[in-house]
Design a protein around this ligand. Structure first.
Ligand SMILES: *[C@@H]1O[C@H](CO)[C@@H](O)[C@H](O)[C@H]1NC(C)=O
Length: 326
């Protein structure tokens, strides 16, 4: 073998090693880490207890003394379903929790798989314990067949006194609007698109906008989320976590190559690797112990591919390059 072709072989081997170890494994999670589709995490200010909310039923609640556990079941946010009078009211999706002025606001979606009959609702509590939540029903951010967007997967971010709500999935991908100052109702301002993957089936959803340094980072889940136990998409088309960034919350968001997120841009943050398959439904949280973390659900291929098997994943984020690296 000529020296240059040996060198090429060695470089190729090194590249493969680097690619296959590009993502860290999730931090070890203890207690009840399964059944955590589309998690939302927050630490209660009064006593330091961590709360985790997840898709399904009346939005499950788990609590733990640390972000990695041990997690235990702690009831539901909406034990008798949402007040929203849509199909799916007893199976709420994609919780997004925030602490504002002494109250915890939990946004959720009511829809059914594959339809645009959808609405974003909100519930509030001052402690987050089961039995203390008040459901306020629909925010009036809704969608119906034929609309440009699908009103699911809400995410709130407050910027300069305005309450931006990012939402959406498929059907035009990710949109943004604002809520009024009470945080419970739509401002009536027309939603605008902040991300579109023009490749069919326009598979973006689960947005989470996070501000650090000079940028707003738009995290989203791209690909096929669910039902991997009955049919799995072509490799690479399963859920993965992408990001774009912008100096203003309203856009324009671009990826690491400068490609606009509204023009199919997006930089991969976390994809399938090792026993981790289809990571998505993510959020970002500044933990007092672990620092800035990406939290998400994933299939552990040693556990199972069903939606109810999804495991809580937490990875520390390295922001040193100006882009999130896990
Ligand atoms: C856009 O969609 C295609 C087809 O599903 C997918 O291969 C690609 O990774 C997506 N791009 C982004 C930025 O999500």
């Amino acid at each position: 073998m000529a020296a240059h072709s040996l060198l090429r072989t060695v470089l190729l081997a090194l590249t493969l090693v680097v690619l296959s170890t590009a993502f860290s494994n999730p931090l070890p999670c203890t207690g009840e880490c399964i059944d955590t589709h589309d998690p939302s995490l927050i630490r209660r200010t009064s006593d330091g207890t961590y709360f985790r909310f997840a898709t399904g039923g009346g939005i499950s609640i788990h609590t733990a003394p640390s972000i990695t556990g041990p997690w235990k079941t702690a009831g539901e946010v909406l034990p008798s379903g949402s007040k929203i009078n849509n199909p799916g009211a007893d199976d709420a999706w994609a919780p997004d929790v925030h602490y504002v002025g002494g109250t915890y606001y939990l946004y959720y979606a009511v829809s059914t798989f594959g339809t645009q009959t959808s609405a974003i609702g909100v519930a509030t509590s001052t402690s987050m314990d089961a039995g203390t939540w008040t459901d306020h029903g629909s925010t009036s951010v809704t969608s119906t067949t034929g609309d440009d967007y699908n009103a699911i997967d809400p995410n709130l971010i407050q910027v300069s006194g305005k309450n931006y709500l990012t939402f959406g999935s498929f059907w035009g991908d990710l949109y943004q609007t604002t809520l009024s100052s009470n945080l419970e109702s739509w401002s009536q301002s027309t939603p605008y698109r902040i991300e579109l993957n023009s490749t069919s089936p326009q598979p973006s959803e689960g947005a989470y906008v996070y501000h650090t340094g000079s940028y707003y980072y738009l995290f989203f889940s791209s690909g096929s989320c669910c039902g991997y136990d009955t049919s799995r998409p072509a490799p690479g088309d399963e859920y993965k976590i992408m990001v774009c960034r912008s100096t203003t919350v309203t856009g324009g968001y671009v990826d690491r190559n400068g490609q606009a997120c509204t023009n199919s841009g997006g930089t991969l943050v976390l994809g399938s690797h090792g026993v981790v398959y289809g990571p998505g439904g993510q959020g970002v949280y500044d933990d007092i112990v672990e620092g800035s973390v990406l939290y998400y659900h994933y299939v552990d291929t040693n556990i199972g591919y069903a939606d109810g098997d999804k495991v809580l994943g937490i990875n520390k984020i390295d922001w040193s390059t100006g882009w999130p690296v896990v």
